[in-house]
Design a protein around this ligand. Structure first.
Ligand SMILES: NC(=O)c1ccc[n+]([C@@H]2O[C@H](COP(=O)([O-])OP(=O)(O)OC[C@H]3O[C@@H](n4cnc5c(N)ncnc54)[C@H](OP(=O)(O)O)[C@@H]3O)[C@@H](O)[C@H]2O)c1
Length: 257
């Protein structure tokens, strides 16, 4: 049941078991906090345990770039939670380079593994349980960079574009089994990873137009909570007729419809 207290919806995910990748920082940590506030039991992961993992979540150390990492994570989550009802694929990122040809081969592979294949692998391990229970909510976190794929980030944007396409296809495949699959596409968000990447980008020697900061019509960068609100909506009962959608949360940077 949904309860409104002080203008915010609370405890609507009581009894739900959630797994969030990349919950030690930025957007992932905000998603974990909001899931906990909504009453869900939460397991989260990163490569390193840090003090920024929200209190109340169970932390599992894992690298989701490899099949072995996703397998170990899925097993640990099943063991802790007994099953996963809500799956948020948030871990992602990539280092910018001076042009597409300057991106080393291993970083193309890394970008694909982290931003795309990690979701494919983890979904393939956890969707069967959701199908048995005839219920599941999956969110893939993409990036508004897909909408203007600039050269320094082509490995990243190509991987996120693949993720968006896969997410729509998975939504259609799993809809008959009561599983909803959606994408959230953040614009420029103030997070440790986002700031680090933008600093690396600013230091590159680039052609005009390749490192211009975007204009955000709403006049500020996003906060991790802005993205977490969208994720929480999509996994809640309020979005029960939403699947295969892509919610762009970008302060109006890329108006579309
Ligand atoms: N911030 C933005 O402006 C922005 C814009 C558009 C899209 N996004 C997307 O939003 C998501 C979150 O971004 P963020 O800015 O919040 O990033 P962040 O601050 O860098 O946090 C990333 C989280 O993912 C974890 N992680 C990274 N690589 C991992 C791996 N191989 N295995 C497991 N965990 C891993 C990190 O922990 P460890 O490093 O310890 O593993 C950390 O917990 C990403 O998918 C990103 O592409 C961000």
């Amino acid at each position: 049941m949904t309860t409104i207290e002080n203008g915010s919806v609370t405890r609507e995910l009581a009894g739900k078991r959630a797994l969030v990748t990349g919950g030690s920082s930025g957007i992932g940590a905000a998603v974990v906090r909001q899931l906990l506030d909504a009453g869900a039991e939460v397991v989260t992961t990163a490569r390193t345990a840090t003090s920024t993992v929200p209190e109340g979540a169970t932390f599992v150390e894992a690298d989701v770039r490899t099949r072995a990492g996703t397998q170990a994570l899925a097993e640990a989550a099943q063991e802790v939670l007994g099953g996963v009802d809500v799956l948020v694929h948030n871990a992602g990122g990539a280092r910018p380079h001076e042009g597409s040809a300057a991106i080393p081969d291993e970083e193309w592979q890394d970008a694909l593994d982290l931003n795309y294949l990690a979701s494919v692998r983890l979904d393939s391990l956890l969707v069967p349980g959701m199908r048995e229970r005839r219920s599941g909510m999956i969110v893939h976190v993409s990036s508004a960079a897909v909408l203007t794929p600039v050269a320094p980030f082509l490995h990243y944007t190509a991987a996120k574009a693949a993720l968006e396409n896969y997410s729509r296809g998975l939504a259609l495949e799993q809809a008959p089994f009561g599983i909803r699959v959606n994408t959230v596409t953040p614009g420029r968000v103030a997070t440790p990873g986002g700031e680090r990447t933008r600093e690396q980008w600013a230091r590159l020697d680039l052609a005009p137009g390749q490192n211009d900061a975007p204009t955000v019509p709403l006049g500020r960068d996003g906060q991790p909570e802005d993205i977490a609100h969208a994720v929480l909506f999509l996994v809640s009962g309020r979005a029960s007729w939403l699947t295969g959608s892509n919610l762009v949360v970008d302060g109006g940077e890329f108006p579309r419809g």
